[in-house]
Design a protein around this ligand. Sequence first.
Ligand code: TMP
Length: 205
Amino acid sequence: MGLFISLEGIDGSGKSTQARRLADRLRACGRAPVLTREPGGAPGAEDIRRLLVEGDPDRWSPETEILLFTAARRDHLERTIRPALAMGRDVITDRFADSTRVYQGATRGDLRGLVDDIHARIIGIEPDLTLILDMDPEIALTRGLARRSGEDRFEEFGLSFQHKLHAGFRALAHEAPGRCVLIDANRSADAIADDIQAVVTQRLG
Ligand code: TMP
């Protein structure tokens, strides 16, 4: 089996850049990683993505979001993640279930129990390693909104929401220290990439 790695963090924390850089470094070591993302990572899941990241912040309740993100994740798991791992390829995903634990489970009421129950029944796996990019919420939000990607439904919830997310990801890192590693993302992309490389190299033995 390949290694299953997720990158997590608030919007604008540099996850996507670092996911790409990690894939490049693994390729340079002769591995064949699959680089993917959530919501999305398979054609049906990408269709669901558009429903989730575009439009008004109050378009969906957190409960409805949990179901939609989980539907997208199940499709991603069936069609992309499991087949790749079974072929012995590493999978690097830009977000996975920790995003639901934090964005839906810990920001608009305590829905963590519901998230965990649905995850256990429908998804049932965790990454081998989760890299949590820890960044100042104000800087990250400015960066995220500056992109004007048309996918900023969650950024539109504002700064206090981003602070809750930031605290939520830190709490998760303490909850699952064997799987999660907190990476200081308030630094240059090169320094962050070097840290990530060191952690992944150690995991690969
Ligand atoms: P992205 O900008 O990292 O591609 O993610 C899209 C948005 O979806 C981002 O604002 C975080 C949010 N999200 C959730 O709220 N719950 C989830 O489970 C996932 C995977 C993403």
